[in-house]
Write a protein that binds this ligand. Structure first.
Ligand SMILES: [Ca+2]
Ligand SMILES: [Ca+2]
Ligand SMILES: [Ca+2]
Ligand SMILES: [Ca+2]
Length: 344
C-alpha cells in the first residue's frame, strides 16, 4: 500500500497491491475514495512493493511496482488513467528502488532478487534512456535475495548510493545463506563497494532518516528475527552502532509525531494480549533548524513557471560542487531536483 498525490490536487491518493491486482484509488477530499484504475491483474502476488516516482518527468507520479513475477512501471497518464508501459524487470518477488543514478535528470532503477530466468540472485541497475526504455548497466553488484535494496545519499555528496542486504545464494526451496549487507558508493555513476559497517542480514528491513538532525542520513536495520539496531551516520560512510534497539521485530517507520523537529519511531506489533501501536519518542535535543537560503540563486521566469538554480557553497570530498535545479509552475507543481556537477 502506498500513499501519493497522483493527480496533483494536494490530497494523498492510494495505491494498493493485492493478490489479484494493483488498484489505485482517488482521494475525493471528503473522506471517501473512488477506484480509478485496476492493473497488473497477472501479478499473482500479495507480497510486493510500490514506489512512486516520475520516471518520464511529466510532473505526474508514476509507480515502480515489484509484484510477483517481475517488476513493472505503471505510468500515470493524467485524468485518472494509468497504464503498464510494458517494461519488465526480471525479478521474482524482488525488491529495489528508483532514483537518478547517473545525474542526467531521470529516474534509473535498481532491482534485487531471484532472476526469473536464471533462478540465481541478481542485483542490477537499469538506466533510463528518457524515452520510456531502460538499458541494463554492465556494472557488477552483489546479487541478493530475501532482503532489501535502496538508494540513498549516505555520504551526502549529492548522488544516490546503494544499500543492499540479503542472502547471496538464496534459491527457491534451497538453503538461504550466506548473507550480506553492503554499501556501494556512487562516484559519477560508477559504483564501488565499501567496507560495510553493518551486520550481514537476511529478510532484513531498513528505515532511513536523520534522527539527530546533523544532516547525515541514519540507518535503522532489522532482520525480523530479533535483531534491530539504529546506526548513526557520523559523516561520509562512517556509521556508529548506537546500541538503540526495539523489542518488537516488525518494521518501523520514522516520522515527527510531536512536531518538535526530530524523527520518532512507530511500530505496529502484537504485544500480549493484543495488537498495539508502539510510539517511541525521540528525545534528542538537537533541533532541525531551517537551512540557510542558497547563495548565488538564479531564478529564471518563463511563462507561468520559474526555474531555480543554485550550487553548494562548499565542495564535497572529491572537490566537486553539487548544483541543483527545481522548476515550479506551468501547471506542474513540482519537478524533480536535478543535480549537476562541476569540478573545482
Ligand atoms: Ca510521470
Ligand atoms: Ca538517470
Ligand atoms: Ca552519495
Ligand atoms: Ca544523522
Amino acid at each position: 500500500m502506498q500513499w501519493a498525490d497522483f493527480d496533483n490536487d494536494g490530497n494523498l491518493d492510494l495505491a494498493v497491491l493485492g493478490s489479484a491486482a494493483l488498484r489505485i484509488y482517488h482521494n475525493n477530499a471528503n473522506g471517501t475514495f473512488s477506484l480509478t484504475a485496476t492493473l497488473l491483474s497477472d501479478s499473482n502476488s500479495s507480497y510486493g512493493k510500490i514506489i512512486p516516482g516520475d520516471y518520464d518527468n511529466d510532473g505526474r507520479l508514476d509507480l515502480l511496482v515489484f509484484a510477483g513475477i517481475a517488476a513493472k512501471i505503471v505510468r500515470n497518464n493524467g485524468s485518472g488513467g494509468f497504464s503498464d508501459i510494458g517494461v519488465s524487470f526480471p525479478v521474482l518477488g524482488g525488491t529495489g528502488d528508483w532514483a537518478d543514478l547517473d545525474n542526467d535528470g531521470d529516474l534509473d532503477i535498481l532491482i534485487a532478487g531471484v532472476s526469473n530466468s536464471s533462478q540465481t540472485n541478481i542485483t542490477q541497475i537499469y538506466l533510463n534512456n528518457g524515452d520510456g526504455t531502460f538499458t541494463k548497466s554492465t556494472q557488477y553488484l552483489l546479487g541478493v535475495a530475501s532482503g532489501f535494496a535502496v538508494l540513498r545519499d549516505l555520504d551526502r555528496d549529492g548522488d544516490f548510493d546503494i544499500l543492499l542486504s540479503g542472502a547471496t545464494n538464496y534459491m527457491f526451496g534451497g538453503p538461504a545463506g550466506p548473507y550480506a549487507t553492503t554499501i556501494y558508493r556512487n562516484d559519477n555513476g560508477l559504483f564501488s563497494e565499501v567496507p560495510s559497517p553493518f551486520p550481514a542480514l537476511v529478510s532484513g528491513k531498513v528505515a532511513t532518516g536523520d534522527y539527530n538532525n546533523d544532516g547525515n542520513l541514519d540507518v535503522f536495520l532489522q532482520d525480523g528475527q530479533g535483531f534491530s539496531r539504529l546506526f548513526r551516520n557520523e559523516s561520509g560512510l562512517a556509521f556508529t552502532d548506537t546500541g538503540i534497539s526495539l523489542d518488537q521485530t516488525v518494521p518501523v517507520v520514522w516520522a515527527d509525531f510531536d512536531n518538535d523537529g526530530s524523527l520518532d519511531f512507530l511500530q505496529t506489533a502484537y504485544v500480549e494480549p493484543s495488537f498495539r501501536i508502539l510510539l517511541y519518542r525521540n528525545q534528542n535535543q538537537t533541533s532541525n533548524s531551517i537551512p540557510l537560503p542558497p547563495s548565488g540563486l538564479d531564478a529564471l521566469p518563463s511563462g507561468r513557471s520559474v526555474d531555480f538554480r543554485w550550487c553548494d557553497a562548499v565542495p564535497n570530498h572529491a572537490q566537486q560542487f553539487s548544483c541543483w535545479r527545481v522548476a515550479i509552475g506551468g501547471g506542474i507543481p513540482f519537478k524533480q531536483g536535478r543535480p549537476h556537477r562541476r569540478r573545482r
